[in-house]
Design a protein around this ligand. Sequence first.
Ligand code: IMO
Ligand code: MG
Length: 399
Amino acid sequence: MVKVIVGTQFGDEGKGRIIELFSKSADVVARYQGGANAGHTLIIDGNTVVFHLVPCGIIYPNTMCVIGNGVVIDPEALINELTNLEKYGFKAGKRFFISNSAHIVMPYHKSKDDITGKIGTTHKGIGPCYEDKYGRRGIRMIELLYPEFFKEKLKTLVSSVDFQPMYEQYCKYGEILAPYIADTTALMNKWIQEKKEVLLEGAQGLLLDIDHGTYPYVTSSNPHSGGACTGLGISPTCIDEVIGVVKAYTSRVGEGPMPTTMAPDIEEAIRSRGKEYGATTGRPRRCGWLDIVLLKRVLMTNGIKKIVLTKLDTLDEMSKIKICTKYVPEANFALPELMYKTQPVYEELDGWQTPISDIRDYKKLPAATKKYVEKISELLNVEIVAICIGPQKDATIFL
Ligand code: IMO
Ligand code: MG
């Protein structure tokens, strides 16, 4: 089975945890786009561990982990992350593979990332690195294995003052990462042919997709399920299932429209209960009600038939819960100026106003919780395979 797991909103849906959950039975976990802008938080033995580039599957000792060609890699961030993971006992060893064709984030990418702050990026150099990729002047992982070629190219890209220290630094990164650099396209296809259980881990969210998100307030890659094919070199025909991770409400960090913004007092309560602060940048996230209009479009364009609903317990204290079912005037997704002007129309449901985190049986959840879950399933016409109701490892109920 080849499954893609994607965030369906603006990122931070709780993908890390869901990927961890599904990784347990996976032979291979692979990232296909984005870079160290991602921040997937896992609680491991009471410690909060944030993953930026390494697939969450690394926590299972026999799982193969792949960073695909579609990812942009900051070698320094990756080495730091591997070192940190080793402290927790997670060793990359011979089961960690980096695509030789993945592009490298350079210091000059980071220094020119969204200088004006118009987009509110994570400043990890993601946009400028993809710009160079598409401008056909990018540097790829394989070049670190051939310093003589790398040297000639780098000379054409940076000033003579910057050249030598940067060259030496990146050659060092290359030496450290060399054991992992591989033809991951060949490996992925081999494993798929061998009928391995394969999990493809999306970063960011589908509304941040460069083509299908709220452009220009997006990231510079395709979190779209199709990005998994180009970002790993596998065929669309080998993908069996796309699972969407939906947070029980909406959040957004960075600029751009989010029509279902909550009233400030409710937003503050949700932000604090849901710990809605960026895992990569620490910025407070904007919070809003669940947006069925946007979700319907995302489910349609990505072929999502199953979802996991996360962070339901964040809504525990709400007396009323709103769901946006349409926009007036009808939303035009392609132009943020129109998205900013549109007004969401809500359906209002009763809240459950009681803690649900310790419940492990769906039937025992408050009636209002079940009503909210079932309403979402009905409005989206989708199967909800699991719900997350608390931060504890076992606080997930499979339906
Ligand atoms: P995970 O994988 C939430 C947002 C940034 C900004 C926009 C572009 O943890 O869900 P970029 O640095 O990518 O050029 O910034 O995208 N963004 C994310 N928001 N979660 C993420 O990742 C994000 N990665 C990027 O805040 O608005
Ligand atoms: Mg995150």
